[in-house]
Design a protein around this ligand. Structure first.
Ligand code: SAM
Length: 286
């Protein structure tokens, strides 16, 4: 039984060769060939028979198959039409999987989810294509879709930036963007050897648990402040903010910093998310 599953390297090769499939580097096609990792991703995402799952980029269906076995229903979005005959074959035994062909960045996700997931909360699970990791995560989070969690394989360096702490070089706008909407946690590091073809860099699986309530602040100001603070990392906060072209002038910013007890000589990378949240509340018009 075990060696019939899609994730054995010989099985992947056999299916792809039989269909004359060539990997597209441009589409970030690095397929999983390790059963342990596939199972660990699905276990880490805590998928049960109650769950609706959205997968992005099913490839030849390796992770999809494990999801289909564990979830109530899987909706998978794949951009590469060449995978259509392969997925029809590999996912044929599973009647709880639906594949939608198109670019996840362009498709109307809300409508797809409403139509196919019975209005239930959805868990996202994916081995994301590297070339569009952050735009995809940005879209998934920002559109405030009915997601419970997002468990995804990304470049190790991107995962490290998402969970970074202040005073480190990894800490920045991505940390504060992801942290605003979610509680991120690295599930595991993944070596290059579990992919075909092997990428040049290591990966991590990160789980973003969607916050039930977002931080109480002015969201627009929060993101403008974060962008401004990190546009010039070496500058002091007051200088970075007052030269970025925000609506508020230097004096208004100085007063706001004083009200929330933040020293104006600190740098953006020294502030916690909560500091940005409090400061944005003081500067609702930026
Ligand atoms: N899930 C498979 C696995 O783990 O073996 C494949 C993962 S591979 C890293 C990424 C997949 O995403 C590929 O199948 C690729 O064709 C697909 N993809 C790339 N860009 C996409 C996009 N914009 N929208 C949807 N799918 C995309």
């Amino acid at each position: 039984m075990e060696n019939k599953r899609l994730y054995s390297p010989s099985q992947v090769r056999e299916v792809l060769d039989r269909h004359g499939f060539r990997f597209s580097k441009g589409l970030g096609q690095n397929f999983l060939i390790d059963g342990n990792i596939v199972r660990k991703i699905v276990r880490g995402a805590e998928i049960t028979k109650e769950d609706y799952v959205l997968e992005i980029g099913p490839g030849m269906g390796t992770l999809t198959e494990e999801l289909a076995l564990k979830a109530k229903k899987v909706v998978a979005i794949e951009i590469d039409e060449r995978l259509r005959p392969i997925l029809s074959e590999t996912l044929e035994p599973y009647d709880n999987v639906e594949v939608v062909y198109g670019d996840v960045l362009k498709l109307p996700l809300r409508e797809i989810i409403e139509e196919k997931c019975d209005g239930q909360p959805v868990k996202v699970v994916a081995n994301l294509p590297y070339y569009v990791t952050t735009p995809i995560i940005g879209k998934l989070i920002e559109e405030e879709l009915p997601f419970e969690s997002i468990s995804v394989m990304v470049q190790k360096e991107v995962a490290d930036r998402m969970v970074a702490k202040p005073h480190t070089k990894e800490y920045g706008s991505l940390t504060l963007f992801v942290g605003f909407y979610t509680e991120p946690q690295i599930m595991m590091k993944v070596p290059k050897t579990v992919f075909m073809p092997q990428p040049k860099i290591d990966s991590s699986v990160i789980k973003l648990k969607i916050r039930e309530t977002l931080p109480d602040t002015n969201r627009d100001s929060y993101f403008k402040l974060v962008r401004a603070a990190f546009s010039k990392r070496r500058k002091t906060l007051i200088n970075a903010l007052s030269t970025y072209g925000l609506e508020a002038d230097k004096e208004e910013i100085r007063e706001a910093l004083k009200r929330v007890n933040i020293e104006e000589t600190v740098r953006g990378e020294d502030l916690e998310m909560d500091d940005y949240v409090r400061l944005a509340r003081e500067l609702p018009r930026l």
